[in-house]
Design a binder for this molecule. Structure first.
Ligand code: DLL
Length: 435
């Protein structure tokens, strides 16, 4: 089923015309109402009226995360506070969070975008949907919540944290859809096993996962662990939260809600636009957001766009699974390493569980990389020689992918700390000043 065929299956030319009209309005509105945009457009020597075609968006300056931080808390809002009915904030590991606001219309748009992605995943009014994102300032839980209600699903807002209770409710309430981060939902399957409940025996049939990078192999792990279809969905607080794009049942890229978001791909080094099919940084302009519109927001996320119509009938541009961020690249002894490359190596080896941590540090003047990974319970009971061989195999595979020697530490099952939200995969212990 398609939630809103009018927009999701719109003729491409009509969609571009709609985007252009909405973009014009957005640029005029921010120029009028947000001093930050007026100054940054003036500095770049552009005016909203310079936009004649959609491609002219490239003349306008980018917005970055520090712009939101520098205008904490309400400096980028384009409406009066009395029109703002909700605030969310991104966690941010250091300093002040970034704050985003929503008008009543923004909340309606948000629920609409989520209704589309949950419908794409196959969720209907007959489903019991359990939300295991943490309810709070984070956008994940409230975002999914209202869209699920909009399609008529029975929402169980169990939140994150009390994993045993979550499993008990899942069983007793007959949950059929699971919503959360891939890493926490994988952990929930372990908890079910510990409670003597086989996750595959539960009525769960579909998962909507997002909020962190997860590989195709991790998708396979989740599908096996729960006996479900695992769908991906993407978004970020600065633009709304979840709801920017999501997988349909064809699993061939996430459909973007293009009537609400204009998506570009740029070369992260030069800022130059890239074509469809080329891999680069995702840049998004909101087309309908009232409270805090964003112009050319640099997400740091890496993806590829595909404009071909999908077999599912939708015509919206699709984005490939986000495998990493431009800022999560590690430089270890001068070699560029993406955590997703390490995950792909680990997930491809039998006997290795999908729980790992990457430690980077310095010994004297030299960088080192240590990959800690848990064994599956079956492998753990194997003999010492087997484990030595496995360690060696992993080391060799990592070397062939990264061109870097890594120390591999095999750990017993369940020894790494589980997160209830986004997993923290990398611990970089190197001094920040480079000494
Ligand atoms: O994580 C919004 C969200 C909630 C999306 C629930 C999907 C489901 P933030 O906390 O602001 O918002 O984090 C945004 O998380 O820039 C990406 O780096 C990452 N991210 C989000 N979804 C995905 C995904 C939410 N499906 C940041 N795949 C983004 C990979 C993702 N990374």
């Amino acid at each position: 089923m398609i939630w809103n065929p009018r927009f999701e299956c719109m003729d491409r030319e009509e969609m571009r015309a709609l985007q252009l009209a909405r973009l014009r309005e957005t640029l005029a509105r921010v120029y009028d109402r947000v001093p930050f945009y007026r100054e940054s457009f003036d500095r770049a020597g552009v005016k909203p009226a310079d936009l004649e075609t959609l491609e002219d968006i490239r003349k306008f300056p980018f917005t970055v995360k520090t712009d939101l931080r520098d205008h904490y808390p309400y400096g980028l809002f384009a409406v009066l506070m009395k029109e703002v009915v909700r605030l969310h904030a991104s966690s941010g590991t250091t300093g002040k969070p970034i704050v985003v606001g929503y008008t009543k219309n923004d909340l309606e748009t948000w629920a609409e975008c989520i209704a589309r992605i949950v419908t794409m995943a196959g969720v209907t009014a007959s489903d019991v949907a359990q939300v295991t994102f943490g309810y709070g300032l984070f956008t994940g839980a409230f975002g999914l919540h209202y869209g699920l209600e909009k399609v008529g699903a029975t929402v169980v807002p169990s939140s994150s944290g009390n994993s045993e209770k979550t499993i008990m409710l899942m069983k007793d309430f007959g949950a059929t859809a699971l919503i959360g981060t891939p890493s926490y939902c994988l952990h929930l399957a372990e908890v079910a096993m510990e409670m003597g409940i086989d996750p595959v025996s539960l009525p769960l049939r579909v998962g909507l996962f997002g909020s962190e990078a997860w590989s195709e192999k991790m998708r396979g792990e989740l599908e096996r662990a729960w006996g479900i279809k695992a769908t991906d969905n993407y978004g970020l607080s600065e633009l709304m939260g979840p709801g920017v794009s999501g997988d349909c049942e064809r699993f061939s890229g996430m459909h973007i809600a293009e009537d609400h978001f204009l998506v570009e791909i740029i070369d992260p080094g030069t800022g130059d636009p890239l074509d469809y099919g080329q891999k680069g940084e995702v840049v998004i302009t909101t087309l309908t957001k009232e409270a805090i519109p964003m112009v050319r927001y640099r997400t740091r996320d890496i993806s590829v766009l595909n404009p071909a119509p999908c077999d599912c009938g939708r015509t919206t541009v699709r984005m490939r699974k986000v495998t990493g961020r431009t800022d999560d690249m590690l430089i270890i002894s001068g070699v560029n390493v993406f955590p997703s490359q390490i995950e792909s190596v680990l997930m491809g080896v039998e006997g290795i569980a999908p729980h790992y941590q990457i430690i980077v540090g310095k010994k004297g003047l030299l960088d080192y990389l240590e990959v800690q990974v848990e064994l599956t319970p079956e492998k753990f009971t194997g003999n010492f020689r087997d484990l030595e061989e496995l360690e060696d195999k992993l080391r060799r595979k990592l070397y062939s992918v990264l061109s870097l020697s890594a120390k591999v530490r095999l750990l017993e099952p369940k020894s790494l700390e589980r997160s209830t939200g986004k997993a923290k995969r990398v611990i970089d212990n190197r001094p920040k000043n480079g000494l």
